[in-house]
Design a protein around this ligand. Structure first.
Ligand code: SF4
Ligand code: SF4
Length: 123
């Protein structure tokens, strides 16, 4: 590789890293998308808090294998603008939903798998 090629490559990597950090920064670290989720008959998102992904730290709700998640976890899905706009399996409180969905979702979601607690809906 010629010396003159190194700087643009470094710059490109830096731009990618910065873009990735900004994209990740949209996430509110709620961890909801790392639990089993279903839709109720009425279309409401139901999150089963007793069934987290095996790689989720339940205390911090952060992924323990974040950098390698797509390699190590076959169920892990990459967040895209398409998912943010159309997926019914993301909570209205998700940072990506809030940022990219034009029609604001007004309803919350139901959390299951915890002792009954008033106000356990973080939306
Ligand atoms: S592997 Fe994916 S689904 Fe599992 S905890 Fe990490 S980010 Fe969440
Ligand atoms: S639901 Fe959205 S905000 Fe919450 S952890 Fe998943 S991507 Fe981040």
């Amino acid at each position: 590789m010629a010396l003159s090629d190194i700087r643009p490559l470094r710059l490109f990597r830096e731009i990618l890293r910065s873009w990735g950090a900004r994209w990740d920064g949209i996430c509110r670290r709620c961890g909801i998308c790392c639990y089993e989720r279903t839709l109720s008959r009425s279309g409401e998102l139901v999150v089963n808090l007793s069934s987290p992904c095996e790689h989720l730290d339940p205390e911090t709700r952060l992924c323990l294998i974040y950098r390698d998640r797509f390699r190590l976890c076959p169920d892990c899905r990459r967040m895209t603008i398409f998912h943010a706009r159309f997926s019914r399996y993301l909570p209205p409180s998700c940072g990506y939903v809030r940022k990219f969905r034009r029609k604001k979702v007004l309803s919350g979601h139901v959390l299951r798998g915890l002792p009954e607690e008033p106000g356990n809906d973080p939306s």
